[in-house]
Design a protein around this ligand. Structure first.
Ligand code: NAD
Length: 314
């Protein structure tokens, strides 16, 4: 019998996990296992989503539980467990709390789903990808951070709003760290309908777009009172889809660099080909001198965070 993909979402009682599950059922990506510290919120999210089925026309096969062993045999695991950022709180401040949570869950993943591709969403993102890689011992192909998809979606959205052009035709990517300070929106090769963005926007306007992108998370946290979940869920689900459907999509994801960009051992957002094997390839491409410098600073900042996280690994 042909097996349906099994997708486990850990932290699924929360906002981002529930959003990942929602996009995944709408796309009919596979059977979903929703796991949370407390079974109630996971069961509630599953029931709520199941009751969308009659109108949305999907049949959902959910398992909702607080039991880690339910992830056994999962093809893809999405980790959204953790504490979200509070207004005014930096991602860096989250590190101590979330490293402990991610470490415990990764020990379960190693035990119950040793062949899964793991997508980490918990913040501070790049440091949590490092923790996940260290604890699971999985190859770098199978430990991937979701953040570049969100930051790039924000960048494309702000470019679209500033230019008045359809977001569909805006092609632009954010590399580097998933922090307000150190992410690197790449403007040098951003295009709208294949035309360089500089044809649409002045240097000042482009700087404004970059700044809006960088503070995109903080803007939403300020407005909603907690971090956003719909766009993070949509971006993460795009990664899940690329893996379970073996699409070979090239998306910005956080992975361990293995000599690319002249860097070894740091975890940072880069252009990655996603297939059924996970992060199958990492691509380098031409950037401006300023972007190269910013990327270098991003790597350094992430290495600092990684070293702080290392202290929580015991
Ligand atoms: N990378 C990104 O682009 C991005 C975007 C948004 C949010 N985030 C991060 O995602 C994480 C989740 O955000 P949220 O808004 O969904 O938070 P939330 O508080 O709504 O949900 C978190 C869930 O994790 C669960 N949880 C905590 N410890 C657990 C454990 N040991 N096992 C299983 N479940 C556990 C909680 O019970 C809760 O239901 C946060 O760290 C947040 O900063 C990342």
């Amino acid at each position: 019998m042909i097996k349906r993909p099994k997708i486990a979402v850990i932290g699924a009682g929360g906002n981002v996990g529930a959003a990942v599950a929602q996009w995944a059922v709408q796309k009919e990506l596979g059977d979903l296992v929703l796991i949370d510290l407390k079974a109630g919120p996971a069961e509630g999210r599953a029931l709520d989503l199941t009751q969308c089925g009659p109108w949305e026309g999907f049949n959902v096969n959910f398992t909702a539980t607080d039991k880690a062993e339910a992830m056994a045999g999962a093809d893809v695991i999405v980790m959204t467990a953790g504490v979200p950022r509070k207004p005014g709180q930096s991602r860096e401040e989250l590190i101590g709390i979330n490293a402990g949570i991610v470490k415990g869950i990764c020990q379960d993943i190693k035990k119950h789903a040793p062949d899964a591709v793991l997508i980490v969403v918990s913040n501070p993102l790049d440091a949590m990808v490092f923790v996940a890689k260290q604890v699971t011992g999985f190859p770098r192909e199978r430990v991937i951070g979701s953040a570049g998809v969100l930051d790039s979606a924000r960048f494309r959205t702000y470019l679209s709003l500033a230019s008045g052009c359809s977001v569909e035709d805006v092609h632009a990517v954010v590399l580097g760290a998933h922090t307000d300070k150190d992410m690197v929106p790449i403007t040098s090769n951003a295009t709208i309908g294949n035309v360089p963005v500089s044809k649409f926007l002045s240097a000042e306007k482009l700087t404004e777009v970059v700044e809006n992108t960088k503070k995109g998370g903080a803007t939403l946290t300020g407005l909603i009172g907690t971090s956003a979940w719909l766009a993070p869920g949509a971006g993460t689900c795009l990664m899940v889809e690329a893996i379970v459907r073996n699409q070979g999509r090239v998306l910005p994801c956080s992975v361990e660099l293995n000599g690319e960009f002249g860097v070894k051992g740091a975890f940072v957002g880069v252009a990655v080909k996603l297939t059924a094997n996970g992060a199958e390839a990492v691509y380098e491409f031409e950037r401006s001198a300023a972007e190269k410098e910013a990327f270098g600073k991003s790597v350094a900042a992430n290495t600092d965070l990684m070293n702080i996280a290392r202290g929580f690994l015991g």
